[in-house]
Design a protein around this ligand. Structure first.
Ligand SMILES: Nc1ncnc2c1ncn2[C@@H]1O[C@H](COP(=O)(O)OP(=O)(O)OP(=O)(O)O)[C@@H](O)[C@H]1O
Length: 227
């Protein structure tokens, strides 16, 4: 029950392995994230944080090492099993919202729940509750193009949490916003995360935002070091 939500052990990854263009990105990454823990991942551009988050979220596989999600070793599991765990247990947030433009805010949060077998009524209720928690319930019927950048990201946060994941992985979730908006939107994200008690790894270049998390780590030359 007290298993870490995420455990990465000895993760290595190179692109174009064996070719003159080989790029060794991750070199023996060990990371354990406890239930409810929020970890800041700070890395210079190109250091490999997207690669690391994709491996942790089962969107990519390492060359070596193991990924455990909530106590289950995902090494060698079938694509079907990996997809199931990813859909159920992992939420993603990116720098750009990636909302579906033809659907309203609330529909963007309802759809992933329907794909997960939740009834339409329950999905709608949860979506509205999440929008309310990030302060934009009054924008529920707006399409993404009718929302500000900060509002779009708030909707993306709700969508990531729609299926009650155990682990949130966020790649520069406010990196696309001006500093004042970034600050407010980040505060909304932290409130949402703390309110649900889920674990998170949040990549950011912003050291002030990183300081608001439980632990700060830096990706440096393919390895994790304390900030
Ligand atoms: N498919 C690929 N083939 C070859 N090299 C790649 C590939 N994907 C990423 N890389 C290289 O691996 C390194 C890490 O990429 P990654 O996208 O993980 O970095 P990042 O830290 O997320 O960068 P940024 O903050 O700029 O998004 C970079 O040098 C990149 O050029």
């Amino acid at each position: 029950m007290n298993d870490p939500v995420l455990r990465l052990s000895g993760i290595s990854k190179a692109y174009n392995a064996g070719l003159p263009s080989e790029v060794s990105v991750l070199r023996g990454i060990d990371l354990t994230v406890a239930p409810g823990e929020v970890v800041a991942l700070v890395a210079p551009s190109g250091a490999g944080k997207s690669t690391l988050l994709h491996i942790a979220g089962l969107l990519d596989t390492p060359d070596s090492g193991t990924v455990e999600i909530a106590g289950t070793d995902m090494t060698g599991q079938s694509d079907r099993k990996r997809t199931g765990v990813r859909r159920r247990d992992v939420g993603f947030i990116y720098q750009f919202h990636h909302l579906l433009p033809e659907f309203s805010a609330v529909e963007n949060i309802v759809l992933p729940q329907l794909a997960n077998g939740v009834s339409k009524a329950a999905a709608q209720t949860r979506a509205l509750h999440l929008l309310d928690q990030v302060g934009i319930a009054h924008r529920a019927s707006h399409r993404p193009a009718e929302l500000s950048g900060g509002e779009q990201q708030r909707v993306a946060f709700c969508r990531a949490l729609a299926n009650e994941p155990r682990l949130l992985l966020a790649d520069e979730p406010t990196g696309n916003l001006d500093p004042a908006t970034s600050d407010q939107v980040f505060a909304a994200l932290m409130e949402l995360v703390r309110g649900t008690g889920l674990s998170a790894v949040i990549a950011t270049h912003n050291l002030e935002l990183a300081a608001r998390m439980d632990r700060q780590i830096r990706l440096d030359a393919g390895q994790l070091v304390p900030l």
